[in-house]
Design a protein around this ligand. Structure first.
Ligand code: FES
Length: 371
């Protein structure tokens, strides 16, 4: 619950007049959110004036302005990102607006580039380069595919790889109809890289084509029909590495959620400085726990940043490098990247034409929110 009243400190204590600072204009909040551990039942006063020296919380400095802090009580113990730039539309929480305060997305500074110049280049072993903190870059190897009918499939992110929140399978289809597939009882998010065909979700058919996402609700099985080759990535959240393959459908389409399919459409993409992204599968199709997006980055090297979610990325075009602090690996079209939550990373695109990627992460949110 959030309410706008005045003059509490970060612990919810009322601030007396002599505690007000005279720091107007001396402090300008940085354009990054602050990671804060909230305690259930505790009251917090979020600074809205930008002048506090105890960001993101109020220190009373607003007294020289017409602004007031926003006081809120934490519902539960939770780590959150509170806005420091004050451009958020979802105060006190960061909504990613800090990315749009500059014309160019936050790039690695010369100091950051210098500090990583001795990072270790990691060579692939069986297609996989293990970088810092359990993160990795993987080129899926066709030899690892299991084959059932016209379907070849393999896990590319699983419990065995250290994932705790999401899993990812690569599905490679030749013409025909796949068996029924299901991740039992969890959310399934599919991304169609290429090809054209139909998907049958528990008895309801949808047309599908490349550059689109689709949401399959817990309890529903699906199968895919195609007249040509097709590549599909299947994410299960919470993480479930066991993809059940069967000849029969025993599930029922949940007709109270008929909208499932979202195609990439540049006209509806969100602009983020000199980049853009479009959320495909998210709350608008009923996916409350997991978010899927497609994003474009220009030739550039992002500043090192982290997310509170675990993320899978598939490189759809372009090439570059993934930096994670002390290690780095090359990335190219078709690679899968796994990023545990809170793992610092910086994706560098070295291709003149930029890079296109599909990302999927859990728990859900906005891909623009980072710290
Ligand atoms: S820090 Fe303000 S929106 Fe992210």
């Amino acid at each position: 619950m959030v309410e706008a009243i005045e003059t509490f400190d970060q612990y919810g204590r009322k601030i007396a007049g002599d505690e007000m600072t005279e720091n107007k204009d001396k402090y300008v909040a940085e354009n990054k959110p602050a990671l804060v551990s909230l305690e259930a039942g505790k009251k917090y006063a979020w600074c809205t004036c930008k002048l506090s020296k105890t960001q993101p919380f109020c220190d009373g400095s607003h007294k020289v302005t017409d602004k007031r802090p926003m006081v809120f009580t934490a519902d539960k113990n939770e780590d959150v990102l509170l806005c420091v730039c004050k451009a958020t539309q979802s105060g006190p929480y960061c909504d990613g607006s800090h990315n749009n305060l500059e014309d160019v997305y936050a790039e690695a500074t010369p100091e950051e580039v210098e500090s990583m110049k001795d990072s270790l280049f990691i060579e692939r072993e069986n297609g996989k380069a293990l970088i810092d903190g359990g993160a990795y870059v993987l080129t899926p190897q066709a030899d690892n595919d299991k084959i059932v009918g016209n379907l070849r499939y393999q896990p590319v992110i699983s419990e065995e790889d250290g994932a705790t929140k999401l899993s990812l399978h690569k599905l490679s289809l030749s013409p025909g109809t796949t068996p029924w597939l299901e991740y039992k009882g969890v959310d399934t998010v599919l991304y169609f890289v290429d090809g054209k065909g139909k998907i049958d979700i528990a008895g309801r058919e949808f047309d599908v084509a490349g550059e689109a996402g689709i949401y399959v609700r817990p309890g529903e099985a699906f199968r895919i029909m195609t007249e040509g080759d097709m590549t599909v990535y299947a994410t299960a959240c919470p993480m479930l590495s066991d993809l059940i393959v069967s000849e029969k459908n025993q599930s029922e389409f949940q007709a109270d959620h008929p909208e499932r399919y979202v195609a990439f459409d540049l006209a509806t993409a969100n602009v983020m400085a000199n980049r853009f992204y479009q959320e495909l599968v998210d709350k608008k199709v009923g996916s409350n726990e997991v978010t899927q997006f497609i994003g474009q980055i220009p030739k550039s090297r992002a500043a090192m940043h982290r997310h509170l979610y675990e993320e899978a990325i598939v490189i759809l075009s372009g090439f570059g490098r993934m930096w994670t602090g002390t290690k780095w690996a090359t990335v190219e079209c078709g690679d899968v990247l796994f990023l545990p939550h809170r793992q610092g990373h910086s994706l560098e695109c070295t291709a003149d034409d930029g890079m296109l990627l599909m990302g999927v992460f859990y728990p859900s949110g906005s891909p623009a929110i980072n710290y």
